[in-house]
Design a protein around this ligand. Structure first.
Ligand SMILES: Nc1ncnc2c1ncn2[C@@H]1O[C@H](COP(=O)(O)OP(=O)(O)OP(=O)(O)O)[C@@H](O)[C@H]1O
Ligand SMILES: [Mg+2]
Length: 249
């Protein structure tokens, strides 16, 4: 099995502060659906920002398809990324359909007008996330969860090999979370490698192939059953683990 993403001995600090990631290691197999979990401040968002090349590590290495992220020029084609908190400017006069079309063009302000097939593909992506009825609505007029769904539709349309979502279920209702999880599995089955940061530990065993348990360093990485042991959870979450236990574990 090939590893699409390799993280080796990663050390990241912000300014002069203590390291927020310390000798962190992990390997993500191709065509898999992996959850990154850990407490607030564990370094999850920092880790994925380093994986997409947005943060430069202090030490260590990140490779995508055996190539250092530093040397990859077509990152946008290779990786689609939805950040934790929405980065869309509410005041920017753009409708949902145009936001999704940005998935095709990589940036706003394309010179070429989108073709009918581009628009159809964008509408299909919106429909997958139940947002086609609001295609022409301004992005600033949407609720937080609706905005999140539009961003997910955009990453869906981007059709990149790797999809990274930072807390896609924040502000999303349970029904929509299930729809999104099914879509992510569909993408995995089509050969994509999907990485999802989530706090929903209940969803891990049923929906994810691998779990990356993180708290500054990698506490455990592997299949959900292997990783989600009481020892590992206590190691990762400390005293709050009693909140996370199930009757069967
Ligand atoms: N831009 C920044 N400048 C300084 N410190 C930062 C910055 N971004 C994050 N940090 C710090 O780095 C640590 C890890 O933050 P990060 O956002 O990666 O955590 P997280 O695991 O994603 O947490 P959460 O579950 O709350 O989203 C935290 O202590 C945070 O305060
Ligand atoms: Mg985060």
């Amino acid at each position: 099995m090939n590893n699409v993403i390799e993280v080796k001995d990663l050390i990241i600090t912000y300014g002069d502060n203590n390291a927020v990631l310390w000798k962190t290691n992990g390997s993500i197999p191709e065509k898999s659906l992996t959850a990154i979990v850990g407490p607030n401040g564990a370094g999850k968002s920092t880790l994925v920002k380093a994986i997409i090349g947005a943060i430069k590590p202090h030490k260590g290495e990140i490779k995508i398809n055996n190539k250092s992220i530093k040397d990859i020029s077509n990152k946008h084609q290779l990786i689609s990324y939805v950040p934790q908190r929405d980065s869309l400017d509410d005041n920017f006069p753009i409708c949902c359909l145009d936001v999704v079309l940005m998935g095709r063009y990589g940036k706003l302000g394309w010179i070429k007008r989108p073709s009918k097939s581009d628009k159809d593909a964008a509408m299909n992506a919106l429909e997958k996330f139940g947002m086609h009825m609001l295609a022409n609505k301004q992005i600033g007029e949407l609720s937080g969860g609706q905005k999140q769904r539009v961003l997910l539709a955009r990453s869906f349309l981007q059709d990149s090999e790797i999809i990274i979502l930072d807390e896609p279920f924040g502000g999303i209702d349970i029904k929509t979370e299930k729809i999104i999880l099914d879509l992510l599995k569909e993408l995995r089955d089509k050969g994509k490698t999907v990485l999802v940061i989530t706090h929903d530990l209940d969803s891990l065993k049923d929906h994810f192939d691998y779990v990356w348990l993180l708290n500054i360093h990698t506490v455990a990485f592997g299949k959900p059953d292997e990783v989600l042991t009481k020892e590992n959870l206590i190691h990762c979450y400390g005293g709050s683990v009693h909140l996370l236990q199930h009757e069967d574990n």
